[in-house]
Design a protein around this ligand. Structure first.
Ligand code: HAS
Ligand code: CU
Length: 541
């Protein structure tokens, strides 16, 4: 086992995350090439679906979980100025997740788990895949426990004081992940594993999709929260200013945690197993959960404006030009927010029932989530890595200008790839197809967009390789320059000395979430078991 210290855990987690990421980028480029149909030699549905499943699992579960865990350990120990609590437990969690990843990777790569990252039954994977996925999640629960314990230890030692914002947000994410992962854990344990072992002859796909939906929406905010943490706690300082409001940041994190949970049925609008009333309630909740993102957009742009004006920017938009665009964190946040405009707009289209009917299961959906996840979110993972690598490795960043090139190319590649993807969806291309087996005027109109996606994917692949190169050179190059420095968290404009307990603790919020979940999922799930007793009411519930 590696030497246990405050940087070994975050570094190990992040290397696992970014290794998974770069492998998945190669698969992504292969997928756009295969699916375009321009290269008959590449055509193979079985290889395509093995690849797309591995790509999805690596990006959505391995990159994210390991990155979030590693980043969390570092923010916790540095913002609270205390060592990570229970390091043996932390390392045990790391190894359980890593073993889970390897166990899942074997059937994925050998084509025995080509069920995609959502693994909806009745598609069935090898049991080892489900066990591996479950272990990946179980390992991450150790992190959740450690984050929550560390927050409460600090609160006990500092009664009445506000928990430092980076830790508050990290612990909020840990709480979110505990609630979120319960849905898929129930599905895997009680449905998928017994069914794949042959202990059950049948499975209820409606129930599986419901349990997965419980996880599927909040998981996207589990991925997003580290990006928002960077927005609030790193960006204002890096831009040369102050955080516009510490309290608004806490409100945003709490709203994300509470309202991301009871809304997952917006993934099931077109499914038959739920009645209209539940879909309407989950639809309303989806609009409410956009509010913390609007609050975040406002607070972060206000913080940037403060910085721009402190740097001499004048007039309505003059402050934008005076921002330090050559600071990696600042450039990343600008590009991230730009991608959020259209990525979020796409989300609102998805959330609107009638328009969802138009885009559901079309290429629009992967267009949406690549833009908002791989774009808005992952570009901030890069910026966080560039900022933390010198602290973690004790070496100065290999090259700031290469890092800026990497961020720009990621943005350009993402725009080149996701714009045609959205258009293809509107032109009727289904998502998750490996080839087009029929030829019509409609499918012929898809070709130029496929070509643009290939180019976009190639730019992204080069950018991903450059990212790994920069991290590798920083850490391992013989010519690396030693670095000494201390991580800097942004100060709010108005220093927070006292804070309402409701913005400093989760206990009350936990109860509210529990209540929401009991209504939003408890009743609809019970209906699966007692359909005859419940029946369906004229109110659409
Ligand atoms: Fe989504 C499907 C709705 C956000 C990820 N989403 C997905 C899937 C994924 C995903 C992975 O309602 C596919 C799942 C699958 O495989 O089936 N999504 C939303 C909504 C939001 C949203 C309402 N999604 C995300 C985020 C993700 C993510 C974040 C990952 C990180 N999504 C849906 C729905 C579906 C869906 C349906 C199901 C579709 C279907 O039918 O299958 C919201 O959170 C978005 C709120 C955001 C905004 C944008 C505000 C803009 C701002 C920027 C301002 C910047 C400026 C520029 C002005 C409303 C704040 C400043 C410039 C300077 C220079 C300073
Ligand atoms: Cu969702």
């Amino acid at each position: 086992m590696p030497k246990i210290n405050e940087t070994a855990l975050p570094l190990s987690c992040m290397w696992v995350a970014f290794s998974a990421f770069v492998i998945a980028c190669f698969m992504g480029e292969y997928q756009v090439l295969e699916r375009s149909g321009f290269f008959p030699a590449l055509q193979s549905p079985s290889v395509y679906f093995a690849s797309v499943s591995t790509h999805g699992v690596l990006m959505a579960f391995v990159l994210t979980t390991f990155f979030i865990v590693g980043f969390g350990y570092y923010t916790a120990s540095t913002s609270l100025k205390q060592p990570i609590w229970n390091k043996p437990l932390a390392w045990a969690g790391f190894w359980v997740s890593l073993i889970g990843t390897v166990l899942a990777a074997i059937p994925l790569l050998s084509g025995l788990a080509s069920v995609m990252y959502t693994f909806y039954p009745p598609m069935q994977a090898d049991t080892q895949f489900y066990i591996g996925a479950a272990l990946l999640i179980v390992g991450s629960w150790a992190w959740c426990a450690i984050m929550i314990v560390m927050m409460y230890q600090w609160k006990d030692a500092n009664p009445g004081k506000p928990v430092p914002l980076p830790m508050f947000a990290t612990a909020a994410n840990a709480l979110l992940w505990l609630w979120t992962s319960a849905g898929v854990a129930l599905e895997v344990l009680f449905q998928l594993i017994p069914w794949s072992l042959g202990w059950m002859d049948t499975i209820d796909p409606g129930l599986s999709r419901t349990l997965f939906a419980w996880t599927l929406h909040p998981i996207v905010y589990f991925w997003l929260i580290p990006a928002y943490i960077a927005f609030y706690v790193f960006v204002p300082k890096q831009a040369g200013g102050y955080l516009f409001s510490d309290e608004m940041a806490r409100v945003a994190f709490l709203l994300l945690v509470v309202f991301s949970l009871p809304i997952g049925m917006h993934h099931l609008y077109m499914d038959p197993e739920h009645s209209a009333g539940w879909k309407m309630l989950h639809g309303l909740g989806t609009f409410i959960v956009s509010l913390p993102t609007l609050v975040t957009g406002f607070t972060v742009i206000a913080s940037l404006e403060i910085a721009g004006r402190l740097r001499g920017g004048k007039g309505l938009f003059g402050w934008i030009g005076t921002l330090p665009w050559t600071n990696t964190m600042v450039l990343a946040v600008i590009l991230s927010l730009l991608m959020l405009i259209f990525g979020g707009f796409g989300g609102i289209i998805n959330a609107s029932y009638a328009m969802n009917a138009m885009i559901h299961n079309t290429a629009w959906v992967p267009g949406h989530f690549h833009l908002i996840f791989a774009g808005t979110t992952v570009i901030m993972y890069f910026a966080i890595a560039y900022y933390l690598w010198p602290f973690l490795t004790g070496k100065a960043l290999h090259s700031k200008s290469l890092a800026l090139v990497q961020l720009w190319t990621w943005f350009i590649g993402m725009v080149l790839m996701t714009t045609p993807w959205h258009i293809l969806g509107l032109l009727g291309q289904p998502r998750r197809i490996s080839s087009v087996v029929y030829n019509s005027v409609l499918t012929l109109t898809w070709s130029p967009y496929e070509l643009a996606m290939i180019v976009g994917g190639l730019v992204l692949l080069c950018s991903a390789c450059l990212f790994i190169y920069i991290l590798y050179r920083t850490q391992f190059s013989a010519t690396a320059v030693a670095f000494k420095g201390r991580i800097e968290y942004a100060e709010p404009v108005h220093p927070v000395t006292e804070i309402p307990e409701i913005l400093n603790d989760f206990k009350q919020w936990n109860r509210i979430i529990g209540g929401f979940m009991a209504v939003a999922y408890g009743y609809p799930i019970l209906k699966f078991f007692f359909m005859d007793t419940f029946g369906s009411s004229t109110w659409g519930f």
